[in-house]
Design a protein around this ligand. Structure first.
Ligand code: FAD
Length: 460
């Protein structure tokens, strides 16, 4: 009898344990359910929905090559799947295990109604499997990374399964009717420029192979926003068009320091999920005590603070590196990692605004918005998380901008400043600052002192 494969953030056929197990058990019905109810406040953001549209279209093409189909349904996943099992007479639903708290609940609920077979495969190793000597999961990245490096002995990703079809196909929605793409205003033009032609497994792997040609320089280039020195695999990994094991395997013959650094970055992704598995609310609530509402300047406390948040969101803070990053994010759905850090630190320390406002904005704007990666990185920058307290380590955006040679990056994203020299562009003086670029929202020294004083006061 037919087997349903329930797809979520695993939109691929290769290295897909649920697809492989289903194909071995019977004819396969691949299903994607657009579910805006189960995640409640964590409904997918606008940029992720845009990506999802293209990723589903690419997967439907791949399935077409196998003479199979992608069935699209909309609604609460456990209800929709429960009904679909009845409708098709399916014997089981196979799915990749997810760790977001709402998916864990949905999996539990569904397992009570039908036969649900969960498979691992979206991470290098299933979260929770690498543990300390005493058997508990790791909280801190470095020992986790070392233990992962020890535990990993290469991977042998699964090939695409050979699929057989059910006698009759259930009805499917039309992807175009889901409204995942913006209509008016169409804000996705910059995203099309950057990402068009890269969706789906084979395009992503081709991009990754090109990245590997220069991976020996990754250790240095990854910090330079003006260079195209990172893999840009994050949206492909988030939506599961590729698995991290496929990337690890593809780079098995690369032994340079750059390749090693890249492997450690992939382990960050596993680390974040390892934290979410232990603390499911991690992206919503500070882990440490002392960082509740009263610590922050929250936008609901006055219109000036709300305006500052908006200036940060729109890239109008008067700090060129921060503004360049926030505008890159808005235009393309992606921001360079170094700049994600600088911009996040600026919101939390210079403006003293609760990291959760920043987390939400990234969630809505990133094509790779990921509950684990986003929450873990925001808490890390803010010093509110499981790591040693970083709040007092305040990044200086202007010197970061110089140190990582961001002049051309700023020229690209803040065109008002394009004519300034390398010496001026990181921190334009009042004399050379063009009229259409704002003055600094707050001075660096003043902001730093305010942040440190707030921290000291919270400890008294
Ligand atoms: P590469 O440098 O090529 O790295 C390869 C892969 O390793 C990435 O695709 C990603 O899967 C993983 N990786 C790299 N750095 C990290 C990291 N610090 N944490 C977790 N995984 C990492 N990444 C997301 O995928 N989704 C998010 O929502 C997200 N939010 C972030 C928020 C903040 C405040 C910060 C500082 C970082 C965030 N990151 C997030 C991590 C990182 O910035 C991106 O993964 C990276 O910039 C993606 O570009 P890339 O694929 O070219 O990275």
């Amino acid at each position: 009898s037919p087997q349903i494969v329930w797809l979520r953030r695993d939109l691929r056929l290769c290295d897909h344990h649920a697809f492989t197990a289903a194909a071995e058990a019977g004819p396969v019905i691949p299903v994607y359910v657009l579910d805006d109810e189960t995640p409640e406040d964590r409904r997918m953001g606008g940029a992720s929905r845009w990506w999802l549209h293209h990723s589903l279209a690419a997967l439907a093409d791949d399935l077409g090559r196998h003479r199979s189909k992608l069935v699209l349904r909309r609604g609460r996943a456990s209800d929709v799947l429960g009904a679909l099992v009845e409708e098709t007479g399916a014997e089981a639903v196979h799915a990749t295990r997810h760790y977001e708290p709402w998916w864990r609940e949905a999996e539990e609920e569904l397992a009570e109604r039908i036969r649900l077979c969960l498979h691992d495969g979206n991470y290098l190793l299933p979260p929770g499997t690498v543990t300390t000597g005493s058997g508990s999961p790791y909280k801190i990245y470095s020992p986790f990374r070392d233990a992962m490096r020890e535990a990993i002995d290469g991977f042998d990703p699964l090939p695409e399964p050979s699929l057989t079809n059910p006698d009759t196909w259930p009805e499917s929605d039309d992807l175009a009717d889901w409204g995942l793409l913006p209509t008016k205003p169409d804000w996705a033009g910059g995203m099309v420029d950057v990402w068009d032609g890269t969706f789906g497994t084979s395009a992503a792997m081709a991009r990754f192979e090109r990245f590997l040609d220069g991976v020996k320089d990754y250790g240095v280039d990854r910090n330079l926003p003006a260079e195209d020195g990172t893999s840009r695999m994050s949206p492909h990994l988030h939506h599961g068009e590729v698995s991290p094991r496929m990337l690890w395997d593809a780079m098995s013959r690369y032994t340079t320091d750059g390749a090693n650094t890249f492997r450690n970055e992939l382990i960050w992704r596993d680390y974040a999920q390892n934290v979410i598995q232990q603390f499911p609310k991690y992206a919503e609530e500070p882990y440490r005590d002392g960082y509740d509402d009263s610590f922050w300047r929250n936008p609901n406390r006055g219109h000036l603070i709300a305006e500052e948040l908006e200036a940060w969101q729109r890239g109008l803070t008067g700090y060129p590196i921060v503004d360049a990053g926030m505008r890159q994010l808005w235009a393309t759905g992606w921001m360079h990692n170094r700049v994600r850090m600088i911009a996040a630190s600026f919101l939390v320390k210079h403006l003293l605004i609760d990291w959760r406002h920043g987390e939400q904005w990234y969630w809505d704007c990133l094509v790779d918005a990921d509950y684990g990666n986003n929450g873990v990185n925001w808490q890390w920058i803010s010093g509110t998380g499981v790591d040693s307290n970083m709040f007092v380590r305040i990044m200086a955006p202007l010197s970061q901008s110089e140190k990582f040679d961001a002049a051309d990056y700023i020229r690209e994203w803040v065109p008002e400043l394009a004519d300034l020299s390398d010496a001026e562009i990181h921190d334009p003086s009042d004399k050379c600052r063009p009229d259409d670029y704002p003055a600094k929202i707050i001075g660096h020294k003043e902001a730093r002192e305010r942040a440190l004083e707030t921290y000291r006061a919270s400890k008294r």
